[in-house]
Design a protein around this ligand. Structure first.
Ligand SMILES: *Cc1c(COP(=O)(O)O)cnc(C)c1O
Length: 418
């Protein structure tokens, strides 16, 4: 059974982590300075998770302003509104363009106002969002730009790294992200103001404990074994592990990363480059085959994308549900990703108004992601493409065009945890 995403950790990296349980020092500082030089940031900070990183960024921004609204895409990871609520701020949604999964920029201009603290362009699945466009809309109005690069470490656009263009950017190092150490995140402070306010906020945080670090190393070792296709059925079948769960919750911890966990990132530049290169090759192969065999499928692609997964749009919700069911029978790693748009999250009702987000609704109904990691073999790609072709061929046109119906699979989706 193929996992929807996978970022392996070499055994030597795990060994480093185990050694650092006993003598780790200054590993975080070294990693921070490598990040700064690679991404051209002013400062970098290491946190316990992407949601923790976003919470810290938002708290720091809120300290310097009376504005309270944070504008995010109506289709994104549930951790994003979780962090906004945790930071005590207001979620403000902007619809997306289903063809790019990026903001609809005309709507973005109408969404922002004099209460907008910041806007989060989001590089979903490693596809670069148009950050320059967002900068040109936001900068004249004094609105900060925070790049959600949680899924796009290693992607570039116009020769610039994802995460390095906005005032601030962050990468997740969680399971299933581009580069992983189990859980964690990197913040890039790109503007001088951002570096100043984040220095203050970061200084106040506690580190994860030694016990947490030891547990993290064990989890990482376990993930490394069970992420392999011959064994992945086992954790995938254990509901208490919460694999593939997409949840809204605010009781997560906000801590600095330990030296122990950071030490498992040894050789991260080469590792990231290798993983990204392999994902790109998989994606290019899939794109070519899909164009030949299943032209009804809309492939979403972009030059220099990091392709954490390959997003495609199928004809309608009915095709999507059949595809996911058949993929899970065959262990092909195709995932429906987020089970709902942000305005459909029950815990946010009453907090975000009654706007309509047809672009996000369409994506919820039609988007699936194909696996691009190194465990996918050529035979798997062929089986994925055959499944895509078969589903569209046998479905009579005009049946099941309920494109904007609300999501009935909200609680039960088994997409990857992202
Ligand atoms: C994963 C993810 C996050 C949160 O990162 P965690 O490390 O899982 O907390 C935020 N935004 C997006 C788009 C993500 O995919």
């Amino acid at each position: 059974m193929l996992p929807p995403t996978a970022a392996q950790v070499p055994p030597i990296a795990l060994w480093q982590g185990i050694c650092r349980l006993f003598d780790g020092k200054h590993v975080v500082e070294r990693f921070q300075s490598e990040i700064v030089s690679e991404f051209g940031a002013r400062r970098s900070y290491l946190l316990s998770s992407g949601k923790a990183a976003l919470t810290v960024i938002l708290s720091a921004l809120a300290r310097t302003s009376t504005r309270r609204k944070v504008v995010i895409p109506a289709y994104t990871c549930f951790s994003v509104p979780s962090a906004i609520v945790k930071a005590g701020l207001e979620v403000s949604l902007c619809d997306i363009n289903p063809a790019t999964l990026d903001f609809d920029h005309t709507l973005l201009e109408q969404t922002i106002d004099d209460q907008t603290l910041c806007v989060l362009p989001t590089h979903l699945f490693g596809m670069p969002a148009a950050v320059d466009t967002v900068m040109s809309i936001c900068k004249p109005r004094g609105i900060a730009v925070v790049e959600d690069a949680a899924q796009s470490m290693g992607a570039r656009s116009n020769g610039k790294w994802s995460g390095s263009v906005g005032d601030v950017g962050f990468f997740s190092l969680g399971r299933g992200k581009n580069l992983s150490c189990g859980h964690g995140a990197v913040i890039l402070a790109n503007s001088p103001d951002a570096a100043t306010i984040l220095d203050g906020e970061y200084g106040k945080l506690a580190e994860e404990s030694w016990f947490d670090a030891a547990r993290s190393i064990m989890e990482l070792a376990g993930t490394n074994v069970f992420i392999r296709p011959p064994l992945y059925w086992l954790p995938a079948g254990l509901p208490f592990l919460g694999l593939g769960e997409t949840r809204f919750y605010t009781d997560f911890s906000v801590r600095r990363m330990t030296d122990v966990l950071a030490s498992t990132l040894v050789g991260w530049r080469q590792r990231l480059e290798r993983l990204t290169q392999a994902r790109r090759e998989q994606a290019v192969g899939l794109i070519r085959q899909i164009r030949d065999t299943a032209p009804e499928v809309t492939v979403l692609s972009a030059e220099d994308a990091a392709y954490l997964r390959l997003p495609i749009l199928v004809r309608d919700r009915r095709v999507k549900e059949r595809l996911i069911a058949q993929s899970s029978e065959r262990g092909l790693g195709i995932s429906g990703c987020y089970p709902a748009a942000i305005h459909q999250i029950p815990q946010l009702q009453g907090l975000i108004g009654n706007g309509r987000y047809p672009g996000a609704d369409e994506v919820v109904n039609r988007l699936v992601t194909l696996p691009t990691h190194g465990f996918v073999r050529p035979g798997d790609q062929i089986r994925i493409c055959e499944l895509l072709r078969g589903l569209h061929a046998h479905e009579p046109i005009g049946v099941g065009m309920e494109m904007s119906s609300p999501s009935p699979i909200y609680q039960t989706s088994r997409g990857p945890r992202t």
